[in-house]
Write a protein that binds this ligand. Sequence first.
Ligand code: PAF
Length: 286
Amino acid sequence: MRILETVESFRAARKELTGKVGFVPTMGALHRGHLELIKKSVELCDTTVVSIFVNPTQFRAGEDFEKYPRTLEDDLKLCEENGVDIVFVPKKTEIYPNEKIRIGFTISEELSGILCGASRPGHFEGVVQIVSVLFNIVAPVVAIFGEKDYQQLAIIREMVAALNYGVEIVGIPTVREATGLALSSRNRYLSIKEKELAANILKVMDGVKVKAEEARFDRRALPVEFIEKETASKLEFLIPGSKVDYVEIRNTNDLTKGRFLARDSRIFVALFVGETRLIDNLYIGA
Ligand code: PAF
């Protein structure tokens, strides 16, 4: 496994690569969720590249950029053990030689103005900035992203289609703890108790799924807004000390929203457990 820190050294290595190059962009603090992305790349591609870069432009002022877990030694070990060929670990100056220049794809209002785009203005602009810079450096054939960041995946698909990147984007289902808690680098901020309580997120989303299935069976229309409010209250009740940012039910394909639960719905949740903001989502059908 090669560890490369500069764009120049990466480009030189890239020139030598033949066959399909798979890419897993990460911010490090790797967990089993990342390992599933890596496994998929290794399965689909001849070479797997992982990048580790905590991208400052996707954090807003006051968010956790400074304290975001940085565990490079462990990450490199995991990459090596899981068949990664090249790890790209650039410094900020390699990625953003001129901090003042803000480049990036203009995300459609339909995707940028909802869910985390509404709660964290500028976040996805930072994500598309870094992903496009990394795509230009790595020049992958396939890039793998997790469905836990479902909106991010939709935005990256939009960018790749609009800018004709010619990169196949593969989404991988969310990996969970045995308790149901979605794996996330930010779970490291949670206390044992908070982790235990946060497992209720999946239980509550599952409850909505069951309700949706029953309503479909009985041919009953379920008002989306009512379900969202009820779900938010349930979450805050079951996870004392939590504060819901949003609970929304949207179409799984284009993230549009209807008044009544319709086919192909997906529930999206963002909430603070203590200081930690967690997100999750689940396909609920109906
Ligand atoms: O999903 C993430 O970890 C980040 O948003 C990404 C895609 C690596 C860009 O920094």
